[in-house]
Write a protein that binds this ligand. Structure first.
Ligand code: AMP
Ligand code: ZN
Length: 665
C-alpha cells in the first residue's frame, strides 16, 4: 500500500471504530488498539501533508484555536418550542391540530427533551461542513472546530445519505462525565461546575479546541432539515439518520394516539432518572411531514411540535439546622441540614442557602417545613417554606456575625453578597486550605501527603501553617491514624525533597490571592528574588507586563502582613528557594522579550519542559495555542497536523529545535 492508500484505509477503519464505540456503544477493539491506530494515522498525515483532510479522525484531537467565533445566518431558522405543563394542555394542543388539519388520524413521534446546547450541523457530500449554535434563531456562532472534537458527531457519513442537509440536536454532557470532570476540578482546588447544561454550552465557546476534546461531550440529534430527504415521516427520518451514523437516542417512539403519548410520559416521568443524561421533558411532534408543512409555524415555534415539561421534583422535609461553612478564602456559605428525604432518586441531607440575603428573603428558620428542589445543580436548593407548619416557638434566623470556626467577627464588603472571616492566619479551614494549595501538584508537589493527612496533622497540632511541615519528624507522624512506617518515611522524604522546587513555584505555593501559576512566573522573572518582591510598591508592580492593579494590591498587602514575613523567613531557613538559581539568572536574557511561542511535538535533544523553560528564561511567553499573536511555532516530530495547518494559514513561522537554539544564542 502506498501512503495515500494506507491513510485512507486507516481513516475508514477509525471512523468505523469511532462509530461503533460512541454511537452504537459496542466497540470491537480495545482503547489501546484504537489509540495506536490513531497515532499511526497522525504520523502518516504528518509525513504526507498533501493528503490533509478536514474530516480525518485526527481532527478529534483538537488543537485549533478560535479567537472570535464568526456569526453566521442560519439557512433555516431555528425555532423554539411551545411548552405544556399538564395533560390537559397537551390534549388541547392535539385538538387544535385535529381542527386545523381537519382530520383525527394523526400520529406523533415522542422524544425525550435533551437538556444541553442546541446545535445545527450542515453536511455536504457526507462531510461535516459547519456547526452553528442556535444564537437568536436567525443567526448563530460557527463552532465547527470545537464540534469536530466531539466523538459522537460523525465527520464522515455512511450509507445512503442526501448530498446536502442540516441536522439538529443538542450538545450535552452526560452525567457520569460531568461528575468525573468535577471530581478532577475539586482535586485541583477549583470550584465544581454548577450544572451539565451550562458546562456543555460553555464548552462550545472555548477558544482552544484541544480543551473541548478533553471534555466528555456528546451530541444527540432530533431533527433533519432540507429538501428530498427520502422519507415522509419524522420517525423514518430519525431511523435513516441513525443509519448514516448519527446518534439518535433509541428512546424515541412512534405513538398512534394521545393515549400512547400519555403512556410515554408516564414511563419516562419515572424512568428518566435512569438515563445517562439529563432530561426535563418530552417533545411531541406530528409525525407526517406533509401535515407538519400544513400546520406551519407561529412567530416563535412550530405548530406541529410541543414540549411537555416534567414537574421539577420537589420534596418536603424539615430543616433541622443551619450551619456555616468557611472556604479557604474565608468566604462563608450557609448550609441547610435537612431531615433526610428522597428526591429524584437520591437521599438529600443538605441544601445550599447561598447567603444571608437569601435566608432573609425566604424567611427560612430552623424547624421549618421546607420545599427542596433539584434543578440542574448538584446541590439541591430550598425554594419555599410551608408557613402553616411553622412551630409556635419559631424564631427568625439571625445570621452569624462571628466565624463558626474561629469566632472572629465577620466582614461583608460593600456590594458583596458573601460574608468573610478576615482571620486568614488563624482560622482553621483557611489554614488547611492554604496548606492544601501549598502541597498541590503545580505548587510544591509534595509526594506522600494527601488532603486527609493534612487535616490529621493539623488536628493533632503538628502543623499550624505550611512552614511547620518542614519541622515534622518521622516519630511525630508514625502514631497517626492509618500511617504505616513506610508511608511516614515517604512523607518526610517528600517534604525534604520539596526544597528543590524552583522559586517561581514556591511563590505560587505561598497562596497569595490572584497570584496563579503564570503570574508567579512573571513576578519571579521580574524581581528575581523574594526580597526585591517584598519591597516592591504597587506602582512598581503595575509597571511589570501583565500585572494589573488588583494583583499588585494583593501582593503588597500579603507582604505587609508580619505573620507572612515570618513564615517566609522560616521557609528560607529550611532551604526553600527564594531566588532564581544562578543558572536561571545566567541563562536569563531578553532575546525573546515580547514574543509568544507555541511548542508542539517531540524533540531530539530537549524535553518539552526544558524547551518551555528556555523560552521563559529568555523572556518569551509559552502559549498552548496558535493565534495571529504567535511569534513562532517550534515544531518537533509527530506534531499534530492541525497545529501546522493553523500556523501556515496564519503565517506564523514554523521553526525547528535547531533554529530555536540559534534564536536564543
Ligand atoms: P426551550 O429552550 O425550552 O424553548 O426548548 C426548545 C429547545 O429544546 C429546542 O430549541 C431544542 O434545542 C431543544 N430540544 C431538546 N430535545 C429536543 C427534541 N427531542 N426535539 C426538539 N427539540 C429539542
Ligand atoms: Zn474564621
Amino acid at each position: 500500500m502506498n501512503p495515500e492508500e494506507k491513510i485512507n484505509a486507516l481513516r475508514k477503519e477509525l471512523h468505523e471504530h469511532n462509530y461503533r464505540y460512541y454511537v452504537l456503544d459496542s466497540p470491537v477493539i480495545s482503547d489501546y488498539e484504537f489509540d495506536m491506530k490513531l497515532k499511526e494515522l497522525q504520523a502518516l498525515e504528518e509525513a504526507n501533508p498533501q493528503f490533509r483532510d478536514s474530516s480525518s479522525p485526527t481532527m478529534r484531537v483538537g488543537g485549533e484555536v478560535t479567537k472570535n467565533f464568526n456569526t453566521v445566518a442560519h439557512e433555516h431558522r431555528m425555532y423554539s418550542l411551545d411548552n405544556s405543563y399538564s395533560r390537559e394542555e397537551l390534549a388541547d394542543w392535539v385538538q387544535r391540530i385535529h381542527r386545523i388539519l381537519g382530520e383525527t388520524r394523526v400520529e406523533y413521534t415522542c422524544e425525550l427533551k435533551y437538556d444541553g446546547a442546541s446545535i445545527s450541523l450542515t453536511y455536504e457530500n457526507g462531510h461535516l461542513l459547519q456547526a452553528l449554535t442556535r444564537g437568536d434563531g436567525f443567526q448563530g456562532d460557527d463552532v465547527t472546530t470545537n464540534v469536530k472534537t466531539i466523538r459522537s458527531v460523525p465527520l464522515q457519513l455512511r450509507g445512503d445519505f442526501p448530498p446536502k442537509f442540516e441536522i439538529r440536536g443538542e450538545i450535552i454532557l452526560p452525567l457520569a462525565g460531568f461528575e468525573k470532570m468535577n471530581e478532577l476540578r475539586v482535586k485541583e482546588g477549583e470550584d465544581p461546575y454548577m450544572n451539565p447544561r451550562n458546562t456543555a454550552s460553555g464548552s462550545l465557546k472555548l477558544q482552544d479546541s484541544a480543551l473541548v476534546a478533553e471534555r466528555p461531550l456528546d451530541c444527540l440529534l432530533y431533527a433533519l432539515v432540507g429538501r428530498d430527504l427520502g422519507a415522509s415521516t419524522h420517525f423514518e427520518l430519525l431511523n435513516k439518520a441513525r443509519e448514516w451514523g448519527f446518534k439518535i437516542p433509541q428512546e424515541a417512539e412512534l405513538c398512534k394516539s394521545l393515549d400512547e403519548v400519555f403512556a410515554f410520559l408516564d414511563h419516562w416521568d419515572i424512568h428518566r432518572h435512569e438515563l445517562p443524561y439529563e432530561t426535563d421533558g418530552v417533545v411531541i411532534k406530528v409525525n407526517q411531514l406533509q401535515q407538519q408543512e400544513e400546520l406551519g409555524y407561529t412567530a416563535k415555534s412550530p405548530r406541529w411540535a410541543i414540549a411537555y415539561k416534567f414537574k421539577t421534583e420537589q420534596a418536603i422535609t424539615t430543616l433541622e439546622k443551619i450551619t456555616y461553612q468557611v472556604g479557604r478564602t474565608g468566604a462563608i456559605t450557609p448550609v441547610a441540614n435537612l431531615k433526610p428525604v428522597l428526591l429524584a432518586g437520591t437521599t438529600v441531607k443538605r441544601a445550599s442557602l447561598h447567603n444571608a440575603d437569601q435566608i432573609a428573603k425566604l424567611d427560612i428558620r430552623e424547624g421549618d417545613t421546607v420545599m427542596v428542589e433539584k434543578g440542574g445543580e448538584i446541590i439541591p436548593k430550598i425554594v419555599g417554606v410551608d408557613l402553616s407548619k411553622r412551630p409556635q416557638d419559631s424564631e427568625p434566623t439571625t445570621y452569624i456575625d462571628t466565624c463558626p470556626e474561629c469566632h472572629t467577627p465577620l466582614e461583608r464588603k460593600e456590594g458583596e453578597a458573601q460574608h468573610f472571616c478576615p482571620n486568614s492566619t488563624g482560622c482553621p479551614p483557611q489554614i488547611t486550605g492554604r496548606i492544601h494549595h501549598f502541597i498541590s501538584r503545580k505548587a510544591m508537589d509534595i509526594e506522600g501527603l494527601g488532603a486527609e493527612t493534612v487535616e490529621l496533622l493539623f488536628k493533632e497540632g503538628l502543623i499550624r501553617n505550611y512552614a511547620d511541615l518542614y519541622t515534622l519528624t518521622k516519630e511525630q507522624v508514625v502514631p497517626l491514624e492509618r500511617m504505616a512506617d513506610k508511608s511516614a518515611e515517604n512523607l518526610i522524604h517528600g517534604i525534604a525533597e520539596s526544597v528543590k522546587i524552583p522559586f517561581e513555584r514556591v511563590l505560587f505555593a505561598l497562596g497569595i490571592r490572584y497570584v496563579g501559576e503564570t503570574v508567579a512566573k512573571v513576578l519571579a522573572r521580574a524581581y528575581k528574588n523574594i526580597d526585591a518582591l517584598m519591597e516592591a510598591s504597587e506602582e512598581s508592580l503595575t509597571q511589570v507586563n501583565e500585572i494589573g492593579g488588583r494583583i499588585a494590591e494583593s501582593v503588597v498587602s500579603f507582604f505587609k502582613e508580619e505573620k507572612n514575613r515570618e513564615i517566609i523567613e522560616r521557609l528560607r531557613n529550611y532551604g526553600l528557594k527564594f531566588s532564581l538559581s544562578e543558572e536561571q539568572l545566567q541563562n536569563q536574557t531578553d532575546r525573546l522579550k515580547g514574543k509568544t511561542l507555541v511548542v508542539s511535538g517531540v524533540f531530539e535533544n530537549l524535553e518539552r519542559t526544558e524547551l518551555k523553560k528556555l523560552i521563559e528564561d529568555n523572556g518569551g511567553k509559552v502559549s498552548s495555542s496558535i493565534s495571529s499573536k504567535t511569534s513562532y511555532l517550534v515544531a518537533g516530530n509527530n506534531m499534530g497536523p492541525s497545529k501546522r495547518t493553523k500556523a501556515e494559514s496564519l503565517g506564523v513561522p514554523i521553526i525547528s529545535e535547531g533554529e530555536f537554539m540559534d534564536l536564543i544564542k
